[in-house]
Design a protein around this ligand. Structure first.
Ligand code: ATP
Ligand code: MN
Ligand code: MN
Length: 301
């Protein structure tokens, strides 16, 4: 009788060939996530995460010794990351030119992890034309003590107000406390126009409902309210990108959600690095297929 031989299953092929040193180093001590785990997470998520992270200037939150230790926000680099991490020269306000970082593949993503990166934050424009934003982000920041229900309601109201002026928007759980409402744009207008729109739109909301919203930075005025952080929409500002792990307790992830899903979600830190398989499956599912994609330009306000 023939014996059907079972072939040993091939190990999943890593997307990246970058070597990760100290793979056993605990990066999230409270949740047992090592540098190797984090690298495996980004390697697996690369096909979906790179849709958002690739080809835009990025800033990194690096915590080389792990989350509880020294972390820093890195915007520029002259070349210490090696060949897989690219550079784009961008003129600063003061006229100087600085090399900003960007990546375009899994090797770039994993090189950053090898260098101690946990979080990837991006400009609202791509390296093809950094002066023409391709998205707007309303970063909803609840005052301490406000529950997620209030944030959720605020995000949905924002979505409604944007729809009234013809703009499609999408929700992302930040992995922290809030929700980001993302408005994809056809890159036509420049930064001053985008910033002006975000400013006026947010101020109008805060004026209409002053007991719920505040649109100014002042901490004192935020008591019990949601800060509509429109300042993410000025040239040089960044926002955390989809499928990025956060350097916070529990290793949460910033995750795109549908508006329908959001109704039943009760925390902005719903998914964690360990949920990689579920996140991958979600990301390639039907309901999120068009997430973050729309051809639209800002109307005149
Ligand atoms: P949460 O939902 O908890 O507010 P968040 O990612 O929205 O999470 P914020 O503090 O609101 O966190 O920051 C919004 C964005 O501002 C960040 O995603 C990041 O891109 C940018 N940012 C935060 N801290 C710094 C910093 N120290 N330097 C530069 N940019 C920063
Ligand atoms: Mn926020
Ligand atoms: Mn903010």
């Amino acid at each position: 009788k023939d014996v059907v031989e079972e072939k040993p299953k091939a190990a999943p092929k890593p997307a990246s060939r970058v070597t990760i040193t100290h793979p056993d180093r605990l990066i999230f001590p409270d949740s047992d996530v090592t540098k190797g785990d984090l690298a495996a997470f980004y390697d697996a998520m690369a096909p979906v995460a790179l849709q958002w992270i690739a080809n835009r200037p990025i800033s990194l939150v690096r915590c080389p010794q792990g989350r509880g230790k020294h972390c820093f926000f890195q915007k520029h680099d002259a070349g210490s990351f090696g060949e897989h991490v690219k550079h784009i020269d961008i003129k600063e306000k003061d006229g100087s030119v600085e090399p900003y970082l960007y990546i375009d593949d899994a090797d770039g993503l994993l090189t950053c992890v090898q260098m101690g990166t946990i979080e990837f934050h991006g400009w609202g424009s791509s390296v093809g034309d950094v002066e023409k934003p391709d998205r707007l982000v309303f970063d909803l920041d609840p005052d301490e003590g406000l529950g997620f229900d209030a944030v959720k309601k605020a995000a949905m109201d924002l979505k409604g107000h944007l729809a009234e002026i013809g703009l499609v928007s999408f929700a992302m759980l930040s992995g922290g406390k809030g929700v980001h409402v993302v408005v994809p744009l056809t890159p036509e207008a420049d930064w001053p126009a985008i910033k002006d729109f975000a400013d006026r739109f947010s101020r109008a909301l805060a004026q209409a409902e002053p007991d719920r919203f505040v649109a100014t930075m002042s901490k004192a005025k935020r008591k019990g309210k949601i800060f509509l952080d429109w300042l993410r929409n000025q040239r040089g500002s960044t926002a955390v990108l989809p499928y990025v792990a956060r350097a916070r307790s529990g290793a949460p992830v910033a995750v795109p959600v549908t508006w329908a899903e959001l109704e039943d979600i009760d925390t902005a830190a719903k998914w964690h690095v360990g949920d990689q398989a579920e996140l991958l499956e979600r990301a390639s599912g039907k309901s999120l297929a068009g997430w973050g994609v729309a051809r639209q330009v800002l109307p005149d306000l």
